[in-house]
Structure formats: C-alpha cells, structure tokens
Design a protein around this ligand. Structure first.
Ligand code: NAD
Length: 346
C-alpha cells in the first residue's frame, strides 16, 4: 500500500505500522508534524473494512491535529493512531499493552489519548507500559475531554454568532436564538446544557432517539428525526455527530446562517466551504472550534485551562475578520493561519 503517494500523505514525518501476532494487534501511528512539539492525538479503535481505509483515516486525523494544536497555540505537533479492531469484541489488556509498547518505541515523539473506541480506562492500561499517554484525569477528576470541548465550542459560537448574525457577546447574546444540534453524545449534550442555560431554544436530533428524548425533556427542547435536523428553522446549526455532515446537498437545505459545532472533518469535501460562503452561511472551521479538549489535555491544570479555551473565540474573531476582508471562506483562512504557525515554529 503506497504511503508516500497517498492523496492524504501531505508530508507526514513518520508513519509506522505495528503488528503483534499474540494479541492480534494491527495498528498504524501517523506523525504529521513535530515542529511545535511532540505529536499529540487520540487512539481510534475501529473495525475498518480495509487497511487502506485505516491508513486514510489516520493520515487525515493526524494532519488535522497539527492544524488544531497550531491554532490553539499549543506547544504540540499532530499525530494520531488507529487499531484495526472492533472495540466491543477485540479490546483486551494484551492488545492495549502491545499498542503501548508500539507507542513507547517512539520515545515520546507521539503521545496518545482517548478517541472513538478507546476511553480513559484503556489509557490507564496503556499507561502500564508507556509514559507517553495523556488524558488520565487527576485528583479523582475524570480525564474525559468532552466537557472542555463543549466549552470551547460555546466560545467559538459566541464569536460566530457575533460575526454571522451581528449579535455581540453579552449576557443575553443567546437569548431566544434557535440552535439545532446534530448528535447529543458526550460533547453535544454538554453543549446543549450550556446553550440552554444561556437562553437558547434548542432543536435536537440523534440516531439514539432515547438519548435525544431524555435530553429534550431535561432542556425543554424540540426533537426532530436525524434526517430532518438540517432542515430545522434555526439560526445556528451545530454538527456534533460524525464527520462529513456538510455535503453540497446539506448546504442547499440549511436554514441556519451560522454553522458551528464539535464534529471533526465537517466538510465532506473542501469546496463545500465555498458553497457555504456563496449561500451567506458563516462556517466555523471545525478544528478551531473543537480544540477545547486538546487544550485541557495539554494543560493538565484546571486554573489555566479555561482562560486558554476562551482564546478560541479570539482566534475565530481574527479568522472571521480576515475572511470578510479577503472575501474568502473562514476554512481557507484558518488553514493559512495554522500553516503560518507550524511552518515557522521551532
Ligand atoms: P459521541 O459518540 O459521544 O456522540 C456522537 C453522537 O452522535 C452519538 O450520540 C450518536 O448516536 C450520534 N449520531 C451518530 N450519527 C448521527 C446522525 N447521523 N445524526 C444524529 N446523531 C448521530 O461523540 P462525542 O465525543 O460527543 O464527539 C462528537 C464529535 O465531536 C465527533 O465528531 C468527534 O470526533 C468530535 N470531537 C470530540 C471531542 C471530544 O472531546 N469528545 C473533541 C474534538 C472533536
């Protein structure tokens, strides 16, 4: 399988394949860029249909982490790891230990964290064989980054609502604003509670209809079917489920004037950014909005972390202003700004 010629290779510094016959480990670690610091990125455990799919996923996610950490102004590079396995069936301590040894062989160039298919308990098992693990929690507090990611998306939305709807940040900035949230899992539910407390009216959808119904009851929100959430008559659309939520078809249907959510890789293809702009919809670059979790992991100190997460709003103010001035999509401006930061660092 060609790596150098892969369409998502994009100058990765290192891509390693790891195998352990005894535990059944088949893994790939991708290190995109370590100019700003060690490559931090989560460990995804997923039953990929093929090794090619796993390689594509790890390369895209790893590159995304470089951009995310650069724009979050963290002394970190970008990397990611995937294990080709079903997390419900194949995840054993032996598998995680084998993964830990593979991570350890990189002597700190890659630091792992939780991601889809892995959780804090798995990080503890991996930490038995390597020190290059983050997100373990401390002082009895959880290492789950989701509430911090939701806090960051809230700050991002404050900036987006100002630049996209002209509603300046104030105590009642969200009062009466209608917001649709696609996916009310760890991040979506936490974001929904914050927005409800700030006075927004919510429309929720999740393929787990029970989860959506429970949260809607708690927050006095409306529920719609998962396939209908993009048509909701709202001011803001918040993709908080899976990637590629924004397709050309979705862009045609959206009623919202602002898109701002937690999901990674929201644009199904790069040109969707321009389609959003052509329709006058302000798109908040996903990796800028959802950096709260990685900021928390990097800080590991509660006092400083909230101030740093609030800076997501300031970064977006700069991106939105530059995008308006240059007549370009905020997605492209964010990419340029990130590159300026990691290509000139160190
Ligand atoms: P999660 O698995 O807890 O929640 C995702 C929710 O989306 C689930 O409830 C799922 O049922 C629902 N869902 C799936 N497909 C859907 C669809 N088509 N329509 C509606 N709902 C659907 O995941 P999470 O940790 O909340 O993360 C959400 C997104 O944010 C992911 O894209 C993730 O990569 C991204 N993200 C998360 C973090 C974090 O700290 N957890 C950090 C950065 C980015």
């Amino acid at each position: 399988m060609p790596v150098f010629d892969h369409p998502d290779f994009d100058h990765h510094q290192q891509v390693i394949h790891g195998c352990d016959a005894a535990s059944g480990l088949r893994a790939i670690i991708a290190i995109h860029d370590t100019t700003r610091g060690p490559a931090l990125g989560g460990l995804r455990i997923y039953p990929y249909a093929s090794e090619a799919d796993a390689l594509t996923d790890v390369l895209r996610l790893s590159r995304g982490m470089t951009y995310k950490s650069a724009l979050a102004d963290l002394p970190l590079g970008g990397g990611k790891a995937v294990i080709i396995a079903d997390p419900h069936r194949d995840k054993t301590p032996e598998l995680l230990h084998a993964m830990g040894r593979l991570i350890d062989s990189l002597v700190g160039r890659y630091i792992t964290a939780e991601d889809s298919g892995s959780d804090e308990a798995d990080m503890r098992v991996i930490a038995e064989v390597t020190e290059h693990v983050s997100g373990l929690g401390r002082d009895g507090a959880s290492g789950d980054p989701s509430p911090w990611t939701a806090l960051g998306v809230f700050h991002a939305m404050q900036s987006a609502v100002y630049h996209g709807l002209g509603r300046a940040e104030s105590e009642d900035q969200f009062a009466g604003l209608r917001i649709a949230i696609q996916g009310v899992g760890h991040v979506g539910a936490s974001l929904a509670r914050r927005l409800h407390d700030a006075g927004a009216g919510l429309v929720l959808a999740d393929v787990d209809r029970d989860a959506a119904a429970r949260l809607a009851g708690e927050l006095d929100a409306r529920i719609v079917a998962p396939e209908a959430i993009v048509d909701a008559e709202v001011d803001v659309f918040a993709p908080c489920a899976m990637g590629a939520a924004l397709t050309p078809e979705v862009v045609r249907r959206l009623k919202a004037r602002v898109v701002c959510g937690a999901a990674n890789n929201q644009l199904a293809s790069p040109e969707v950014a321009d389609r959003l702009r052509d329709r006058g919809i302000l798109y908040t670059p996903d990796y800028v909005a959802n950096a709260g979790g990685v900021i928390e992991i990097a800080w590991q100190r509660r006092e400083a972390v909230t101030a740093h997460i609030a800076r997501i709003g300031t970064t977006l103010d700069e991106i939105f202003a530059r995008a308006a001035q240059e007549g370009r999509s905020p997605a492209l401006v964010a990419d340029d700004l990130a590159r300026e930061r990691f290509e000139t660092a160190g």
